[in-house]
Design a protein around this ligand. Structure first.
Ligand SMILES: C[S@@+](CC[C@H](N)C(=O)[O-])C[C@H]1O[C@@H](n2cnc3c(N)ncnc32)[C@H](O)[C@@H]1O
Length: 279
């Protein structure tokens, strides 16, 4: 028998954050069963609860989001950004700090790795690069803020030893990112579907939005890419995960193919063939 409460909930979740459970209701049911037991509510009652208690969305996001990440993930993109893209951007914008956005940053490893590679390059004086990390899950953001990872954590699986030794210090059975790296980054809560809040972040020279579009359908992906486009400076760059191509979507980006990876450059009005974003 159809559970209308569950279907309504899946639609509310889709509208709120883009995660699509309408065709995976049993997965949604499993994921939220513990929370519903704690509250002693049915699916339909839970929908009403979400409407009257907006803070419950934070609990639900902790339950539903998948936060897997690690230092040095898809390192070819990170290296390309720090050794090719950023130095070129700095040549053009010598007077103002470069701004990088790690959108959907989870526990912060992507943002921290970028900061480490920027310091390693020796090309960027203190204060010349700002990094903003955002996520919809407040619990992972708290972890990112602390910059502490336990001994043997999955987070360290790919990090080269030289970076690990240089940029972490031992603390309480784990390792903490050094303050010189932490100081380059600000973490904050942000739902990528909240267009108003997204535009308030201002313009960025580079946006990393990796391994989150895979959870969205084409409509939500287009919506998110459209707002990232608006948040990019002219000639800014967008890095997506390897499984997240937008080449066929005509969204105002040109694909850049480098030796070992690919990414996107925002098309500017000077480009011969400008494709405007479809609404
Ligand atoms: C798999 S992690 C990716 C982390 C990192 N970008 C990486 O590639 O390693 C996906 C993240 O997207 C976040 N997320 C999912 N939907 C979101 C939304 N609507 N707005 C902001 N963040 C979202 C999740 O909370 C999760 O931390």
């Amino acid at each position: 028998m159809q559970d209308n409460g569950l279907l309504t909930l899946s639609q509310m979740i889709y509208d709120y954050c883009g995660l699509k459970y309408m065709d995976r209701l049993s997965t949604l049911k499993d994921k939220i069963s513990k929370r519903l037991n704690e509250l002693g509510t049915s699916h339909l009652e839970y929908c009403r609860f979400l409407k009257t208690s907006p803070n419950e969305w934070d609990v639900l996001m902790e339950i539903l989001t998948i936060n897997e990440t690690y230092f040095y993930r898809e390192e070819n993109q990170l290296n390309e950004c720090c050794s090719i893209v950023l130095p070129k951007l700095r040549e053009k914008n010598f007077n103002k700090p470069l701004r990088i956005w790690s959108a959907a940053c989870s526990t912060g490893e992507e943002a921290f790795t970028l900061a480490m590679l920027i310091q390693e390059s020796g090309k960027f004086p203190q204060g010349s690069v700002e990094i903003v990390g955002t996520d919809i899950n407040k619990k992972v953001l708290q972890k990112a803020e602390k910059g502490w990872y336990h001994n043997g954590s999955f987070a360290f699986r790919r990090i080269p030893q030289n970076l690990f030794k240089k940029y972490f210090e031992e603390e309480n059975n784990g390792y903490k990112v050094k303050s010189s790296i932490q100081n380059m980054i600000k973490f904050q809560y942000l739902n990528l579907l909240d267009q108003t809040k997204v535009s308030q972040l201002g313009k960025f020279d580079v946006i990393f939005c990796r391994n989150v579009l895979i959870y969205f359908d084409q409509e939500t992906t287009k919506r998110v890419i459209k707002s990232l486009h608006q948040n990019l400076s002219p000639d800014g760059f967008l890095f997506l995960g390897h499984a997240e191509s937008i080449t066929d979507m005509a969204l105002g980006f040109q694909k850049v193919d480098s030796d070992k990876t690919f990414y996107y450059r925002k098309e500017s009005v000077h480009d011969e063939k400008v494709r405007y974003i479809s609404s």
